[in-house]
Ligand binder design. Structure first.
Ligand SMILES: NC(=O)c1ccc[n+]([C@@H]2O[C@H](COP(=O)([O-])OP(=O)(O)OC[C@H]3O[C@@H](n4cnc5c(N)ncnc54)[C@H](OP(=O)(O)O)[C@@H]3O)[C@@H](O)[C@H]2O)c1
Length: 333
């Protein structure tokens, strides 16, 4: 393992199995993040919620950040807010709609043109959407939550993979959720084509798929002898814009209960920041808050849903994502 230095985040320790997470031992705050100077980061969904808080902390610690959003105005606004706190921040605005494979391709092409060669140290697949009330179909013909939360990040990771530095310390972090525990990968209803359930169906499936993807990616990186590490994180329950689509009782009680039950976006960003930068984080590790039911608290190893470690399921999902995106993702070359 490389030592922490001013320019290189320490490589995550290798985990013999994805479930073999180490205890962090003490509470971790963003103040403990190693210096990020010289590191270039792509973080999706950084104009809002926990992604914004994560980008802010990474900028505070010296990282150069490529900050894609769904509109120029959203990217510019996030950059303005980060610069208000970190005037010297190195921030590159960009456009990205994860629900459009053309947009993902265009973003990856922009990164290749502006930052050629292996130029990235960290990719955080943070963006997501939850509980769209009606089944929406994207321009590519896929259900929007599956497209945004699963196919887009899969395609983005595959297309940016050649841009990731093949050195110890390079990390890919993917956001899952405690909702993954209620998820099921329904290959006969992947797009909600037979039955569409916004939250306990489409969303929980997508977040389980994110976790499966992160763990399978680490297995493949390990098998290929790659020094790049894949990790996963979840924020517990954090008050953000994610809950905007909730309906019924959730919508009524959400604004009252969420701040009581959950924690702030700033606190919710810590598990992904821990996975992205902490020397103690393990390759193949999964991190979330350490409180009751992992709803809030300090970053710590999170409980894996049994389905997330099913290798046959993971392999089938990977192949399905390759077929649906038309992008072959071979980490070996
Ligand atoms: N908050 C929680 O309690 C919670 C719990 C478990 C997991 N998570 C996960 O945490 C991550 C961040 O969510 P958050 O809570 O911070 O919610 P948020 O405030 O709504 O932020 C979500 C971000 O994702 C972006 N996004 C949505 N659809 C996109 C698309 N098609 N293309 C590109 N970007 C898109 C949003 O952009 P716009 O501003 O344009 O919409 C926004 O920047 C998500 O993956 C979510 O599933 C959150």
């Amino acid at each position: 393992m490389t030592r922490p230095s001013a320019t290189t985040a320490p490589a995550p320790k290798s985990s013999p199995s994805p479930s073999a997470s180490a205890s962090t031992g003490r509470s971790w705050t963003a103040d403990q993040m190693p210096p990020q100077h010289g590191r270039r980061v792509v973080i999706t969904g950084a104009n809002s919620g926990i992604g914004f808080e994560a980008a802010l902390e990474l900028a505070r610690h010296g990282a150069a950040i490529i900050l894609p959003a769904r509109s120029e105005a959203k990217a510019a606004d996030a950059i303005r807010r980060i610069r208000a706190a970190v005037p010297a921040a190195d921030l590159t605005p960009a456009l990205l709609d994860l629900a459009s494979l053309d947009s993902v391709r265009a973003f990856a092409a922009m990164v290749e043109e502006r930052f050629p060669g292996p130029s990235l140290d960290l990719l955080i697949n943070n963006a997501g959407v939850m509980a769209l009330p009606r089944r929406e179909i994207t321009e590519d013909g896929y259900e929007r939550q599956f497209a945004t939360n699963v196919l887009g990040p899969f395609a983005l990771t595959a297309l940016l993979f050649p841009r990731l530095k093949p050195i110890a310390g390079t990390r890919i972090v993917t956001l899952s959720s405690i909702a993954a525990h209620g998820g099921k990968i329904a290959f006969d209803n992947l797009q909600g084509e037979r039955a569409y359930s916004p939250l306990n169906g489409a969303y929980t499936q997508s977040k389980l798929a994110d976790l499966i993807f992160a763990l399978e990616l680490q297995r493949r990186l390990g098998a290929a002898g790659s020094p790049i590490a894949s990790l996963a994180a979840h924020p517990g329950i954090a008050v953000t814009n994610l809950q905007a689509n909730l309906k019924g009782i959730y919508k009524l009680l959400g604004p009252l209960l969420m701040p009581l039950i959950g924690h702030s976006a700033r606190q919710g960003a810590l598990p992904e920041l821990f996975a992205a930068t902490a020397p103690e984080a393990l390759a193949g590790g999964y991190y979330g808050p350490n409180g009751i039911r992992e709803i809030k608290g300090d970053p710590a190893p999170a409980k894996l849903p049994p389905a997330s470690t099913d290798c046959a399921l993971a392999s089938r999902l990977w192949t399905t994502a390759e077929q649906l995106t038309g992008i072959r993702f071979d980490v070996g070359g």
